[in-house]
Design a protein around this ligand. Structure first.
Ligand code: UDP
Ligand code: MG
Length: 238
């Protein structure tokens, strides 16, 4: 059985007020693209009405799938579950909070053919000064330690050819290092400037210390992984 052209994977944790509008925005842009797709929501143990909201949108659209975690396990786990259970040739990821703009999906797809992954770069971020500063410092440190040049590793809006992500093991916090992990496997990544919007409903799940701690310690784990990764490719089976 061949899968759809696109799988859109969206982690959801307490985003009840964002689910209806997000679904409309995603399905509108996917209909314009005119190819088979699946929209996979991963409910990461939400404690608000997100699951009900997801059930409601799923009723109206057979392309929508909803994976429900037993309990909250974090954004990386939700992403990994969505990716592992997806069937599309291309996997697109974005946040559920409407900060990423689904209208940018065609931009990512246009840039994808010659590379393995396209990652969004929120050139004009609509976040608090505190969050922008933490993120900027985090990106600088990551690039310095990992010797990379990714402006915005934290932007969740990304598109991958399936082979570039299907083998990744996303330990907690690793969603912040996806470009580095994909490049470490020997795949190519380009950045595309994307829109960014303020969060209107719901709250960010990370405070200053979550972000800081994550960057400060995880970056060394990623450095170690980059040094030890085995980039094997099976030439043929005889
Ligand atoms: N999220 C999740 N599990 C968590 C925390 C966050 O699935 O434990 C989802 C959340 O619903 C959103 C995305 O991950 O879709 C990014 O979270 P958030 O917007 O809070 O992060 P920020 O944009 O502030 O970095
Ligand atoms: Mg957000």
């Amino acid at each position: 059985m061949t899968g759809p052209a696109y799988s859109i994977v969206v982690p959801v944790y307490n985003e009840e007020d964002n689910v209806p509008k997000l679904t409309k925005e995603i399905t509108d842009v996917m209909s314009l693209l005119g190819k088979p797709y699946e929209l996979i929501y991963v409910d990461d143990g939400s404690k608000d009405g997100s699951l009900e909201a997801l059930k409601t949108v799923r009723k109206g659209n057979a392309n929508i799938r909803v994976l429900v975690f037993e309990k909250n396990c974090g954004q990386s786990a939700a992403l990994e579950a969505g990716i592992r259970n997806s069937r599309g040739e291309v996997i697109i990821t974005l946040d559920a909070d409407l900060q990423n703009d689904p209208a940018d999906i065609p931009l990512l797809l246009e840039a994808l053919p010659p590379v393995d992954a396209v990652v969004g770069w929120r050139a004009s971020r609509q976040d608090s000064l505190n969050k922008k500063m933490t993120s900027r410092t985090g990106n600088f440190l990551r690039n310095f330690i990992l010797r990379e040049k990714i402006h915005d590793t934290g932007c969740s809006l990304k598109a991958f050819k399936r082979h570039a992500v299907e083998r990744l093991k996303l330990f907690r916090g690793m969603h912040r290092f996806l470009p580095a992990l994909v490049e470490a496997e020997g795949y190519s990544v380009v950045e595309v400037k994307v829109n960014h919007r303020p969060r209107v409903h719901g709250k960010t799940k990370y405070g200053f210390f979550d972000r800081f701690r994550a960057t400060a310690s995880d970056v060394f784990a990623v450095l170690w992984m980059k040094r030890r990764v085995s980039r094997y490719r099976i030439r043929e089976e005889i």
